[in-house]
Design a protein around this ligand. Sequence first.
Ligand SMILES: [Zn+2]
Ligand SMILES: [Zn+2]
Length: 389
Amino acid sequence: MPVLNRAAELHDEVAGWRRHIHAHPELGFELPQTANFVADRLREFGCDQVETGVGQSGIVAVIRGSRGEGPAIGLRADMDALPIVETSGAGHASGTRGIMHACGHDGHTAMLLGAAKYLAETRNFAGTCVLIFQPAEEIGQGAKAMIGDGMLERFGIERVFGMHNLPGLKEGTFAIKPAGIMGSVSRFTLKVKGVGGHAARPNVTVDPIVVASQIILALQTIVSRNTDPVSPVVVSVTSIAAGTAFNIIPEQAEMLGTVRTLEAAQVEQTRAAIERVTRGIATAHGATVAFEFDNPASVTFNHSAETDLAAQVAADVAGETGIDREARPVLAGEDFSHMLVARPGALIFIGNGKSAGLHHPAYDFNDAIIPQGISYWVRLTEAALKPAS
Ligand SMILES: [Zn+2]
Ligand SMILES: [Zn+2]
């Protein structure tokens, strides 16, 4: 029986929670309704401990197994939404204009709540299951905040597991791979400072727009000429702002951009290349440049033993044809990566079927995959915390 009977029984109730959370989306760390809803459910289930306010607004619940002593594992879901105007037209669509659950975190939260209900009833494992409901994934700060609050030590978490839905992957199937499965996310700001003046007298100015234009084109050579061609890197300038009128050469041009990689070592190499190219071009024109670079999400790096365990559990739930063990990685980021830096673990994708893409205004989480998601969490807990027989 691939999907657990009890998980199938919970389907309607969990779908109801999912739609409730979807209709009341909240952003970043400001999740009063969502966090209260989650904490209330966890207390109702009879979890041994429910801690609120971990990493500002995260929630951690503890369920102890009834099959003896054992280690503690962490199962993580994210709770925050995105600043997008929803166009799904669903009956449970966002009641707050300009905010929506376009990444399926409503579904992740509901499925982990369903697993918590099941695990609190059955407790058929040895050790401790720690349920982690994280804020502020979309702004890349929630995982760091919970780790910084001492969560991993306080709850003795030794291994961590995450799940994210994936549109386009067949409904209710799973995909995973060892090593990098999601990209490192870096962002940079470049402020080119020139000398402004009258547009009719460019000879007495240093035009930052011309310098910025050359920088943007030169940055395209980093991936084509500098980085290892068998290791993917993205360098994109995604915003440029300069000037106020047709007859003024401005003082400054500001650019924003992002770097994505699948290998941690590529981050610093690419950062250094951007700085070198940018400063060289600015100097050549008599301009200066201020360069800022940070790395809000590391590579989401799946550890091999935990990846094997997760894949086996997914195969138990969805059958051998329902698990792709060599998933194609994506260069979008996931701040669960910080937990995987601190502890061994693995992130798995669950297929959302044919839906609009993540972060699209018409996206909606597919409630049909809830039993598979719950079954994965339950079986993973029972497999990772197997009693000595
Ligand atoms: Zn997202
Ligand atoms: Zn997401």
